[in-house]
Design a protein around this ligand. Structure first.
Ligand code: CTP
Ligand code: ZN
Length: 154
């Protein structure tokens, strides 16, 4: 990949860079993870040109490091994002996100006829990726939903 001669968003000294977020998802991630509520400096880039994605969003948060749990939850919204830990201007660690294979007891099944609503059972979805999109398949009714439908139904 050709190295850009200039960064599109200024380099940071210490903190986290969430890179390769699909375009238009950056703001959603910022809000969901309450990253805008910090007092640390946050810089964002939206619709940046990216050779891999065409267009990408990017979030930089100073003096803050994501937990592994946050990184895994992030994977649900941006499975191909990279979380870089920056220490003294260097990339000290690069986390590639891994989607959980199964998500239990967090989201409700969007199918109102699903037996998971009537029984004392916990919801359970298996995670699939199709054309870069995350889909969730309910263990009980076996219907497949887009990530948006399930997460916004919580
Ligand atoms: N970065 C930063 N501040 C630094 C160092 C790096 O904001 N002091 C950012 C870079 O702009 C980039 C990300 O952290 O968005 C990862 O840096 P690097 O690994 O050097 O870039 P790439 O090799 O392009 O990363 P990848 O292979 O993940 O695309
Ligand atoms: Zn169901």
């Amino acid at each position: 990949m050709a190295k850009e001669t200039q960064l599109q968003v200024e380099a940071i000294k210490n903190g986290s860079v969430i890179d390769h977020i699909p375009a238009h998802i950056g703001i959603k991630i910022l809000k969901l993870f309450k990253m805008h509520k910090t007092n640390e400096r946050v810089t964002i880039g939206l619709n940046l040109p990216s050779s891999a994605l065409g267009c990408k969003d990017l979030i930089k948060i100073e003096n803050t490091f994501l937990t592994e749990e946050q990184a895994n939850q992030l994977a649900l919204y941006a499975p191909n994002a990279t979380v870089n830990q920056i220490e003294n201007y260097e990339v000290a660690k690069k986390l590639t996100l891994s989607l959980p294979e199964q998500i239990d007891a967090i989201f409700k099944c969007p199918n109102s006829n699903c037996i998971s609503h009537g029984e004392p059972v916990e919801s359970s979805f298996t995670v699939q990726i199709k054309k870069e999109e995350v889909r969730l398949k309910c263990k009980y009714c076996e219907k497949v939903f887009s990530r948006e439908i399930v997460t916004e139904h919580k």
